[in-house]
Design a protein around this ligand. Structure first.
Ligand SMILES: Nc1ncnc2c1ncn2[C@@H]1O[C@H](COP(=O)(O)OP(=O)(O)OP(=O)(O)O)[C@@H](O)[C@H]1O
Ligand SMILES: [Mg+2]
Length: 341
């Protein structure tokens, strides 16, 4: 993998459209590169943007562009399924324990993807797809373009790969504690007939296996954090208004330690021509110019891409490439989109 481009910013400012437009343009300018566009917003809209059903599978959109709208549950299920198997074989190793049907039911209900927090599920997927060593598909992508959710949830995606290990440890310990409680309840009911947890060897085996699983996740977390740090490029999208500009400033500060910011998109600007013969548009443009100036001054070390509001919705290949031309200009090269600085 060569480059990971991430689009972030406040809700509704054009992140998904700019993400898709950039992917389309790159696929045209760099036909030898394999590009994957991923939506990390639960409210996926790649299907609408590309006017093609995408969903939770890597779907080919043109000769060198693929898209996916992942369902984080499926990736969390992979993980819980493996741990579930280990828990079950563990319970069967303990005398009498495996004969108690309630234990099986308990393990099944306590340890499923529903009990994992959404942010953790997303992070599991984020890591899995970025971790080239663990891709569950055959295509080796050169460029990944990711459409991130609005800022709060975006930060969670960056943070979790680092903190994921803590989350998993806490989660697993909670689970083991619940098992222990259940076993104690059974022991109380059955008196001293059974004392399953006295079998230290089995407990140690389980401990080893769980620690091994945690270690794998930890290593993946480290690989992915390094990958994002090394080849990641963040672009923040804003409109020329105070709230979304303030959010870009905050997002920049909050993401600094995870990923390099390369540029700012100022989107949906009122076209110059319409400002000429519309009083309201002219006023709006004046306000926008004030914010463009502020943003340009504050982010003078970064690339600023300005894009006007188009006369029609930028959807489908044609609409998206029109938006790309509006953002980058017709003379742009793949190199300049990938490495703007
Ligand atoms: N430059 C533009 N010209 C015209 N319409 C645009 C432009 N940019 C975005 N839009 C339109 O604005 C709307 C919001 O854009 P988009 O869905 O890309 O924003 P978003 O930041 O991804 O939103 P969300 O936070 O809800 O995911 C869409 O209807 C899109 O077609
Ligand atoms: Mg979006």
């Amino acid at each position: 993998m060569e480059r990971i481009i991430i689009l972030g910013g406040k809700g509704g400012v054009g992140k998904s459209s700019i993400c898709a437009a950039s992917a389309v343009k790159l696929s045209m300018l760099a036909p030898d590169k394999k590009i994957l566009i991923i939506s990390f917003d639960i409210a996926h809209n790649l299907t609408d943007l590309f006017q093609k059903e995408i969903g939770n599978k890597i779907t080919q959109l043109n000769s060198n562009l693929w898209g996916i709208e992942p369902d984080p549950n499926i990736y969390a299920e992979d993980y819980t399924h493996n741990l579930l198997k280990k828990m079950k074989s563990f319970s069967k190793q303990i005398p009498l324990f495996g004969l108690i049907p309630q234990i099986d039911t308990f393990i099944n209900s306590a340890f499923n993807a529903d009990s994992i927090p959404l942010a953790l599920k997303n992070a599991m997927f984020f890591q899995k797809i970025l971790d080239a060593e663990d891709l569950n598909h055959n295509i080796q992508f050169d460029i990944i373009i990711a459409d991130f959710p609005p800022t709060g949830n975006m930060i969670a995606l960056f943070e979790i790969p680092e903190d994921q290990i803590k989350g998993i440890v806490k989660y697993t310990l909670n689970f083991l504690n619940s098992i222990r409680k259940t076993i104690n309840n059974f022991s109380n009911i059955l008196g001293n007939l059974i004392n399953p947890l006295s079998d230290n060897n089995n407990r140690n085996d389980l401990g080893d296996e769980i620690i091994e699983m945690i270690r794998e996740i930890e290593h993946r977390g480290e690989r992915v954090t390094k990958l994002i740090h090394d080849i990641g490029s963040l672009r923040l999208v804003t409109i020329a208004e105070k709230p979304s500009y303030e959010e870009v400033r905050r997002a920049h500060i909050l993401t600094k330690k995870y990923i390099k910011l390369d540029g700012i998109h100022i989107n949906m600007l009122t076209p110059k021509d319409s400002a000429k013969n519309c009083f309201f548009c002219e006023k709006q443009r004046d306000i926008q110019l004030k914010y463009i100036k502020q943003i340009t001054e504050e982010f003078q070390n970064f690339i600023i891409w300005e894009s006007q509001k188009l006369g029609r919705e930028p959807i489908g290949f044609e609409g998206l490439s029109e938006l790309a031309d509006e953002i980058y200009g017709k003379e742009i090269t793949a190199e300049k989109i990938l490495y703007p600085q």
